[in-house]
Ligand binder design. Structure first.
Ligand code: EPU
Length: 419
């Protein structure tokens, strides 16, 4: 797996219909949430990506039964036998931190190490720990091992987040859904994936109101029961395929997604000159006109422009007429794709949080390495729009979040293969 590569012969306009995958950033917390449930949880539209497999390894390690068949993941936590996640498992996936709230909420204790790596710059977990303490957990952090316990149970409280962190909001929901009394999260993250997690928990018997707004109120319940739930579509995968259509001046239909979910980035493609029609179950994209540059793109918490779409849209803008400016506000090192794009002929200047992309006539296929998940996807987008052959190594980063990306692009006529 480690030495697989994606090879692309660029220059073919993408055309046709694709069905969008389930959302990674929604399925991962929902999988963790299954720990809180009695009986069987059936998670449909679960993406077959390596982060899902890593989540299954964590659940199995904790003693849960876990079976992924197609896109249906069935979990039973009834025989859960451990509350510790090993360092090896924690380092496989950054979102493993979500098991802190899920384990505290289900067992009143957990032991774990810090989640892996610093792919996008420092990713502290101070807000997660402070929130667990507010809910009544004792947290000991020594030599990189974090031990949390709530011998007297977790108690609902008011938590005001200093920043609307997605992971912290989810961890609080997971810990508080079965806590005693009411928890109120102010300045909560408002991402649609938060709403999806709340809908899952409510379907299991939870009482969560306000998800999708800045104030979430959780009325603790004694028990949750497994249910059958369908994960929402992946809006960032949609942004990636729209970028690929734009980079190749193609025309595609993305099926299985409510276009409104793409609200936070659709206007950028429209400014680029793409015709986009949104329907309640699909998005139509016609990018046959030459692309033009856009005004400033500033990444922000939802409903602002999503940081996860920055790299793929940057790749599409490399050949747009004029200059586009990006300001990356969420993560410190989220321009890691830039060196590869420049190697392919792009004109991009980075200074701190700002990147200026000045459109060039052509990109040239090159040998590049995926630096992170979305950075790797941006190299696919650029490669599809480039002249000649692009070879991308370290594609395990891409496999963390995209299901079958090369088959999907092939089905649209793109010349892409995995070797
Ligand atoms: N932060 C802290 N302290 C904390 C937590 C966060 O300083 O305790 C900072 C982070 O360092 C970062 C900012 O707050 O600068 C935002 O972090 P947030 O907690 O909102 O992000 P996350 O939960 O770690 C999720 C997604 C990311 C996505 C961000 C922002 C999942 C599994 N991951 O990460 O997705 O970029 O929200 O929307 O949901 C991706 O899919 O490629 C990806 C990285």
């Amino acid at each position: 797996m480690q030495n697989q590569k994606i090879v692309i012969e660029g220059g073919v306009p993408l055309r046709g219909d694709i069905k969008i995958q389930g959302a990674k950033n929604s399925s991962l917390p929902i999988i963790a949430a299954s720990l809180l449930c009695e009986g069987e949880t059936v998670i449909k539209n679960c993406p077959r990506i390596s982060d899902t497999y890593a989540s299954c390894r964590i659940l199995s390690h904790l003693g849960c039964r876990c079976n992924l068949s197609g896109n249906v993941l069935t979990v039973s936590a009834d025989k859960k036998s451990s509350c510790s996640v090993s360092d090896e498992l924690m380092s496989e996936m950054r979102s493993s931190i979500i098991y802190m709230g899920a384990l505290l909420g289900s067992s009143g204790e957990c032991c774990m190490t810090f989640p892996g790596g610093c792919e996008l710059g420092p990713r502290p977990i101070d807000m997660h720990i402070d929130a667990m303490k507010k809910l009544g957990a004792r947290v000991k952090d020594e030599y990189g091992i974090i031990e949390c316990s709530a011998p007297h149970g977790l108690k609902g409280t008011k938590i005001i987040l200093s920043y609307p962190s997605v992971g912290t909001t989810e961890n609080i929901m997971l810990a508080a859904v079965k806590a005693e009394g009411e928890t109120v999260i102010s300045n909560a993250a408002m991402e649609p994936e938060i709403t999806d997690l709340a809908e899952f928990l409510n379907k299991c018997g939870g009482r969560i109101k306000g998800a999708g707004t800045g104030k979430i109120v959780i009325d603790g319940v004694k028990k949750l029961y497994g249910c059958t739930y369908t994960v929402m579509p992946d809006r960032i995968a949609a942004a990636t395929y729209i970028s690929a259509a734009a980079a190749t001046n193609g025309e595609i239909n993305i099926l299985g997604i409510d276009g409104l979910l793409c609200d936070s980035f659709i206007s950028v493609f429209e400014q680029m000159g793409c015709y986009i029609y949104i329907y309640d179950d699909r998005v139509y994209v016609n990018a046959e006109r030459p692309l033009r540059s856009v005004g400033k793109i500033i990444t922000m918490p939802h409903p602002g422009f999503p940081t996860d779409a920055q790299a793929v849209i940057m790749a599409a803008l490399c050949k747009a007429r004029g200059s586009s400016i990006f300001v990356e506000n969420i993560f410190e090192s989220r321009y890691k794709q830039v060196d590869a794009l420049v190697k392919m002929g792009a004109n991009i200047k980075v200074s701190g949080k700002t990147a200026v992309v000045t459109g060039v006539k052509r990109l040239y296929g090159s040998k590049v390495s995926a630096t992170d998940l979305r950075g790797g996807a941006s190299m696919i987008v650029a490669g599809l729009g480039a002249d000649g052959k692009t070879e991308i190594s370290d594609i395990y980063h891409i496999d963390r979040g995209y299901e079958n990306i090369e088959n999907i692009i092939s089905s649209l006529g793109g010349k892409i293969k995995r070797i």
